[in-house]
Design a protein around this ligand. Structure first.
Ligand SMILES: NC(=O)c1ccc[n+]([C@@H]2O[C@H](COP(=O)([O-])OP(=O)(O)OC[C@H]3O[C@@H](n4cnc5c(N)ncnc54)[C@H](O)[C@@H]3O)[C@@H](O)[C@H]2O)c1
Ligand SMILES: O=P(O)(O)OC[C@@H](O)[C@@H](O)[C@H](O)[C@H](O)CO
Length: 385
């Protein structure tokens, strides 16, 4: 069986590639990093190390790679694949659409069986977004027939994989925990079950639980930690002021999740505790600037900060913690992050009120808007003092 996986980065190598290989797939990575592609082809294997006391190693064998800019080769690989997955970042999904559409066209010509295309990104409806980009590249006639060879099940993926510090550019250290949840209703009939994957009939509750707990908590620790001058999540988690805000934030998103999806409160409390322990993992060095990366994406209306904030508002839940996290996100002035630079420019040019509306979609008339402005101003008065 052949898997084509877009993105030979941290999650691609350290999570999805590893699990696909354990389920019997030969993994063909597609990446735009030419050096990485060449090295994977030269070696045909790479090492994954667990971030725990034992530090166990897994060697993933039988791997190869294709340059993502070679659309013809990528399409040919897709024509022969049994599954296609991605972990490139949600913003890069449009750039995969051309070669995927060509691969679908080849499958249609060959009368090939249907296969799933699964976006393993941190977003609600990632595969559905990919589907939209791909269908946009097909003619109306092919678009109608595409469903006979391709389906796009949404998924939630969870494993903390920090920026790597190994001499070997292909070695990845990953946390031991991992969770890959796939919407089974969109899988082709008789699709072989993969090891370590949880199949569900409705993905909504799982992706929201993951995004609004792991990722909301993670970016809150990152933005608050950055403001305090910490370099890693592990350092930020030692700060009682930060963990107190994290407690507020995850209490608020927890109430939203319990009330919206009916999760058991006590069980959700245990889920949160496990996540806090994962953030503290002393065998990981996870930089706050990685976790806080792309603040425009993280501040957008459907993502980990604003969506739970607005859901909480509708449910009448107070959100002092989420408001602190959003004010900290707006203050993330890391000069090497293009989105952070853009937000800071917006603040200088247009002021806090308009900047909030521009990036979060929360209008000045919304009762939460002045609360975010006040929190942002308090934060900056405190910093200047
Ligand atoms: N690292 C984590 O802890 C983690 C956990 C769960 C989910 N995710 C999600 O997984 C995705 C990838 O994150 P990551 O941490 O592995 O990032 P990464 O930067 O380590 O890897 C992304 C890879 O995609 C490649 N890429 C970018 N554009 C491409 C294109 N057009 N075609 C082919 N390859 C392309 C890059 O060269 C890079 O190798 C993101 O959506 C992220 O939110 C990350
Ligand atoms: O990948 P992002 O930028 O959406 O979020 C940064 C981290 O929170 C994220 O990568 C986590 O490590 C991961 O989602 C854990 O499963």
């Amino acid at each position: 069986m052949i898997a084509v996986h877009f993105g030979a980065g941290n999650i691609g190598l350290g999570f999805i590639g590893l699990l696909l290989s354990e389920s019997g797939y030969d993994v063909k990575f597609v990446d735009v990093n030419e050096e990485r592609v060449a090295l994977i082809n030269e070696r045909g294997e790479y090492k994954v190390t667990l971030a725990n006391e034992a530090g166990e190693d897994f060697v993933v064998k039988g791997v190869s790679a294709i340059n993502g800019r070679d659309e013809e080769q990528v399409a040919k690989a897709i024509a022969e694949a049994d599954i296609v997955t991605t972990a490139v970042g949600v913003g890069a999904l449009p750039y995969l659409a051309g070669s995927i559409a060509k691969g679908i066209e080849l499958r249609l010509q060959a009368g090939a069986k249907p296969i799933p295309f699964i976006a393993c990104e941190n977003a609600i409806g990632g595969s559905t977004m990919l589907k939209g980009h791909v269908l946009g590249k097909l003619s109306p006639e092919l678009r109608e027939r595409a469903e006979s060879v391709a389906s796009f099940p949404d998924a939630a993926v969870d494993r903390i994989v920090p920026l790597q510090q190994h001499e070997d550019p292909l070695q990845v250290t990953v946390e031991p925990f991992c969770e890959w949840v796939i919407d089974r209703s969109a899988l082709p009939a008789d699709f072989p079950t993969m090891q370590h994957v949880k199949y569900v009939d409705k993905l909504g509750p799982y992706i929201e639980r993951k995004l609004f707990t792991v990722n909301t908590g993670h970016c809150s620790a990152a933005y608050l930690g950055y403001l305090q001058g910490y370099e890693t999540i592990q350092e930020a988690m030692q700060d009682e002021g930060i963990t107190a805000v994290l407690g507020e934030v995850l209490g608020e998103t927890g109430q939203v999740l319990v009330r919206t999806h009916g999760f058991d409160e006590a069980e959700h409390g245990r889920y949160v505790e496990i996540i806090m322990d994962r953030f503290r993992n002393p065998y990981l060095t996870d930089e706050v600037v990685r976790v806080g990366r792309s603040p425009i994406r993280k501040l957008s209306a459907n993502d980990r900060l604003v969506r739970p904030l607005l859901l909480a508002y509708e449910l009448g839940i107070d959100t002092p913690g989420l408001i602190k996290a959003i004010a900290a996100a707006l203050s993330f002035n890391f000069a090497e992050d293009a989105e952070a630079v853009e937000v800071q420019h917006g603040l200088t040019e247009n002021g806090i009120g308009k900047t909030i509306t521009h990036y979060t979609g929360i209008g000045e008339e919304h009762p939460l808007h002045p609360a975010i402005v006040r929190q942002y101003e308090t934060l900056h008065q405190r910093q200047e003092a």
